[in-house]
Design a protein around this ligand. Structure first.
Ligand SMILES: Cc1cc2nc3c(=O)[nH]c(=O)nc-3n(C[C@H](O)[C@H](O)[C@H](O)COP(=O)(O)OP(=O)(O)OC[C@H]3O[C@@H](n4cnc5c(N)ncnc54)[C@H](O)[C@@H]3O)c2cc1C
Length: 341
């Protein structure tokens, strides 16, 4: 049965069959909702249901917690309309449109045992801009692609990436290990809608695991010297001290930010470690229990951390409407989710 879907902010209106994902119907009608993975993992197509109801084929998609669904949020790439709907979402402002380019490798250097810093020079106009938090796709000769988030602030043609080696990975354990300065890499950017939401006017709590730090670093770089910068807490999770590949540098960031608290958290710390142990979400709850309802949360890295953090932080008083996240899924997992979803 067909239902009418109306986008509150833009007035777009279109028909969706009750059996198809609302996003599929929107794309057919050229309605420009933001989306990325189309597999329910990234949360980019999140909306608030103002009127009507939706269902999902199986359980809730990975990028939507029970609490978020209960608060009226939905992921359009997986949601099926059960009735006419009115949905609310800010129209996407994704900065520059994505371009497919041949980038020049500037440098490839180790940051720690399994993380590489890749610096690319892009053949773009001097005013080329991406939004801190966005990512690029590296296109592989076999037609596939791999996603990596920009780790630096938009500034001219050079861009940094932090890339973790995945044992057996086609790119991170293969092509990347052969790359040298001067090599060309086919890339597409900027992509994604993970970005700062300054209109929230809330203290920011950032949670990262591993190289999930990369897009948060880009955001933090962009906030340095900003007079309207809110207080920021950064919780960075890793296994061991050796994995905290930017620890010393991060400790200096407070100088450029209005109020900055940095807490590294190790899950497999050695006996000498004097800092926090466990998981980032637990450390946030221990430190900020009485303020969670006032904060905005930016989460990036392992899908398991993101899913667990959303659930437990909301249980402890955080507002599900102020969660922004980017899950570092493997490309294979995204393909699996799209084909089975
Ligand atoms: C939006 C986004 C941004 C990201 N940003 C970053 C970033 O900034 N930094 C970062 O480090 N990572 C990032 N990631 C994660 C990164 O994209 C993945 O780690 C990357 O795709 C791995 O590519 P690979 O070619 O090395 O591994 P792949 O070849 O994709 O393999 C990954 C793993 O799966 C196994 N595998 C592959 N195919 C199969 C199969 N058919 N069956 C079973 N196992 C299989 C491999 O052996 C390996 O262990 C991001 C992901 C997303 C979605």
């Amino acid at each position: 049965m067909a239902h009418r879907i109306t986008w509150l902010e833009t007035g777009h209106s279109f028909q969706a069959d009750g059996e198809e994902a609302v996003l599929s119907a929107a794309r057919r009608s050229d309605v420009p909702f933001a989306y990325d993975c189309r597999s329910g993992g990234c949360g980019t197509c999140r909306v608030r249901i103002v009127e009507g109801s939706v269902r999902y084929d199986d359980e809730l998609p990975m990028g939507l917690s029970e609490e978020e669904a209960a608060a009226g949020q939905a992921l359009l790439c997986q949601a099926r309309a059960c009735s006419d709907l009115v949905v609310s979402a800010d129209p996407p402002d994704l900065g520059a449109p994505p371009q497919r380019l041949l980038a020049l490798v500037q440098s490839v250097e180790p940051l720690c045992g399994d993380v590489t810093r890749l610096c690319l020079e892009l053949p773009v106009e001097p005013d080329f801009r991406f939004r801190p938090g966005q990512y690029m796709n590296v296109h592989l000769p076999d037609g596939g692609h791999r996603s990596f988030s920009m780790a630096s602030c938009p500034d001219g043609a050079n861009v940094d990436f932090h890339i973790r080696r995945i044992p057996g990975g086609r790119f991170t354990d293969g092509d990347l290990t052969q790359l040298q300065a001067g090599d060309a890499l086919e890339v597409e950017l900027p992509l994604g809608s993970f970005c700062l939401h300054p209109q929230d006017y809330r203290p920011i709590v950032m949670l990262a695991t591993g190289t999930g730090l990369a897009p948060l670093k880009s955001m933090l770089d962009s906030l340095k010297g900003d007079e309207d910068c809110p207080p920021i807490h950064l919780y960075w999770g890793a296994r061991t001290e050796a994995d905290l590949y930017l620890d010393a540098e991060i400790r200096s960031w407070g100088a450029g930010l209005y109020e900055f608290h940095y807490v590294p958290v190790l899950s497999r710390a050695g006996a000498d470690w004097q800092g926090r142990r466990g998981h980032v979400q637990q450390a946030v709850i221990e430190d900020l229990a009485d303020q969670l309802g006032d904060c905005a949360f930016y989460l990036c890295g392992s899908p398991a951390m993101i899913a667990d953090a959303k659930t437990t932080l909301v249980e402890h008083g955080a507002d599900a409407a102020f969660f922004y996240s980017d899950s570092f899924l493997f490309q294979r997992e995204i393909v699996d989710l799209v084909t089975t979803g």
